[in-house]
Design a protein around this ligand. Structure first.
Ligand code: PXP
Length: 247
């Protein structure tokens, strides 16, 4: 059974498109409410809720995260940059998981994952702080051996392998090679003692192949679910994805 974390960032993107000023306000009649999206996702079988509190606050706001912490019944996964401000925020919030993602150019590998190798000391400080607080850390990395091995050495219990390059190559001849790269990444991460999550660019079509990757624990999926929910409603969008993940 592969678990589903529903990333609700793009529900907040739609809200911010209209209510940039009011979204943080108490009691504002702003829509769509990402917390409502999260609760509907849980009701339909989501195993967790994922949000990325970006430094530029372009979609999810701090108030959303605190409301989620109070209201959701499953697990809260906070995606965050590896910065002192976000580490302090996570220690206050106490999410079930943090997923460390790159936000500025120096932290990004060529494919877009966190460059753990190039930011070793900063990533180590973050993992140590989270481990000490009992918050499980995942590092969002490309499926490449040096990044995977260092993630394990730094004591992160999870990695989330970046499926974006595979998703982008889906309709090209490069797809098979990207799939193989992910497959080897999953095997290596598992052998290194890491629990293997994956995410980015997963949709209702490519899930048929993504789900065959070995040792997958959880997939974090956002854009495709939020998009489909516009037509089918949240419950149907979440149920359909879960069924395709675990037919
Ligand atoms: N996992 C991580 C670490 C992410 O940053 C994101 C959002 O970019 C996702 C998963 C979800 O990606 P998508 O919205 O393409 O499903």
């Amino acid at each position: 059974m592969i678990f589903l974390g529903v990333n609700i960032d793009h529900c907040a993107t739609v809200r911010q498109a209209r209510y940039r000023e009011a979204a943080g306000a108490e009691g504002g009649a702003v829509e769509p409410d990402p917390v409502e999206f999260a609760l509907a996702s849980e009701h339909a079988g989501a195993d967790g809720i994922t949000v990325h509190l970006r430094e530029d606050r372009r979609h999810i706001q701090e108030r959303d995260v605190w409301r989620l912490r109070e209201q959701i019944a499953t697990r809260l996964n906070l995606e965050m940059a590896c910065t002192p401000a976000m580490i302090a925020f996570a220690l206050k919030l106490q999410p079930d998981f943090v997923c460390v993602v790159p936000e500025n150019r120096t932290e990004v590998t060529t494919e877009g994952g966190l460059d753990v190798v190039g930011n070793r000391d900063r990533v180590r400080a973050c993992v140590d702080a989270m481990n000490a607080a009992g918050i499980k850390t995942s590092l969002f990395i490309d499926p490449d051996a040096p990044q995977i091995e260092l993630s394990a050495q730094l004591g992160a219990p999870f990695v989330e392998l970046h499926t974006g390059a595979y998703a982008n190559a889906y309709f090209t001849p490069a797809r098979a090679a990207e799939y193989q790269r992910l497959r080897l990444g999953c095997l290596r991460a598992h052998e290194s003692g890491l629990t293997v999550n994956a995410g980015h660019g997963i949709n209702y079509l490519n899930i048929a192949e993504v789900r065959t990757l070995p040792h997958l624990h959880e997939l974090n999926i956002g854009h495709s679910i939020v998009s489909r929910a516009l037509f089918t409603g949240v419950a149907e969008a979440v149920r359909e994805m879960k069924t395709r993940m675990n037919p």
